[in-house]
Design a binder for this molecule. Sequence first.
Ligand code: B12
Length: 432
Amino acid sequence: MGHLGALLFLLGGLGALAHICEITEVDSMLVERLGQRLLPWMDRLSPEQLNPSIYVGLRLSSLQAGAKEAHYLHSLKLSYQQSLLRPASSKDASDSEAKPSMGQLALYLLALRANCEFVGGRKGDRLVSQLKRFLEDEKGAIGSNHQGHPRTSYYQYGLGILALCVHQKRVHDSVVGKLLHAVEHVRHLRQDHVSVDTMAMAGMAFSCLELSNLNPNQRNRINLALRRVQEKILKAQTPEGYFGNVYSTPLALQLLTGSLRPTVELGTACLKAKAALQASLQHKTFQNPLMISQLLPVLNQKSYVDLISPDCQAPRALLEPATEILPQTQVPEFIDVMLKVSGISPSYRHSVSVPAGSSLEDVLKNAQEHGRFRYRTQASLSGPFLTSVLGKKAGEREFWQVLQAPDTPLQQGIADYRPKDGETIELRLVGW
Ligand code: B12
């Protein structure tokens, strides 16, 4: 055991190891800057732009947005109740106003809990029943022999169980059983971007069930699954220190922060992850509001599991809007990006010229305006999700993957990623 191991062992003996994954010394200016990036999003109150994750992230952070915050919650309540409690046959709903998904309903329930509300009353009970029904349907889609897949994802399945749990609503053992089975039978975390986030979300659902003792018959299985989740996440640590990738590290740390299984290995891994994450904060890696909303709780030593008993009186610093430094107007420099589409025929390859600093979405728009390229997106809590390219819509369990050629999947979506001059971007239809 090296010096670090010895120190961690000593801390463990003192009972301090349980907090080894908490990030405590972050420059408060950096945290404030992250919070400030959320403020403009809190002015977007249309149903497709409202994002319950932003509210949850802020309430679990060391920051607050004053009156804007209460107004945002009010808008969330109006929008979610209206669309979720509207009868399926209702005429005042346009086709484009899709009902929130299982995961979105779950995030909305987390938002209520973040405001120290327990879902209740006639309307609240209906929302709880809807979420339970969603989970039952997903359980059916997975099937009694576990051969199928949830229609959404195990990430949303875990989120659904977690949301009900923090409201002290019990789900049937068989519903929890599907998530347990999924975790028990994961061999290696596939080297795709979904695994660590999904493991972390499932782990937080199990942590909540364990702490609340809502499914006592499954106590041992839950306990073992939590151990397994922790092990898998630690195994997925990259040489730089991230768990999975930089964007899955916040959720992984949310899970590990609340770990009741501190070990020396965990302590070492968390120290490395914290250093990597802190370095990434200096580099403006976190621009996307959803990503910021998953990170802010970690920087305040909190996780979604804390919504079992949230502290709504905790002092939080008031966010002031960032003072904008207007860039000097210069003649824009242009860059060339090669856009390639594979997985369909005929394949497509074209160079697109855009001003430097443009997003990949700008590249796609430009290609569409000036050529035969066509694409469609769907709004999501992470931003515009690419659904169709050159008229080909991704089918069930397929998606349009975005890569930097030759073979590196991007870690950001089309609205956030800014290609460099001479880069080739590939859009590839793949299964997941
Ligand atoms: C499941 C998942 C997927 C599934 C979604 C399909 C499904 N039926 O669920 C698949 C495999 C298709 C997928 C694809 C991608 N994903 Co993904 N995905 C997730 C995951 C694990 C959960 C999302 C979720 O359900 N959220 C909860 C629900 C309630 O929110 P929602 O907004 O309604 O969910 C929808 C969107 O999240 C959307 N979606 C999923 N991923 C992404 C990524 C982006 C950039 C956008 C705009 C939308 C989007 O699909 C969800 C279901 O409809 C998150 C993890 C996380 N920490 O958030 C990563 C995550 C959001 N994905 C990520 C990335 C990078 C991608 C890709 C860009 C990867 C790539 N190189 O192609 C692509 C998207 C490409 C495109 N076509 O636009 C990153 C985003 C990081 C960032 N900087 O914003 C995350 C955080 C994972 C990570 N740690 O890197 N993803």
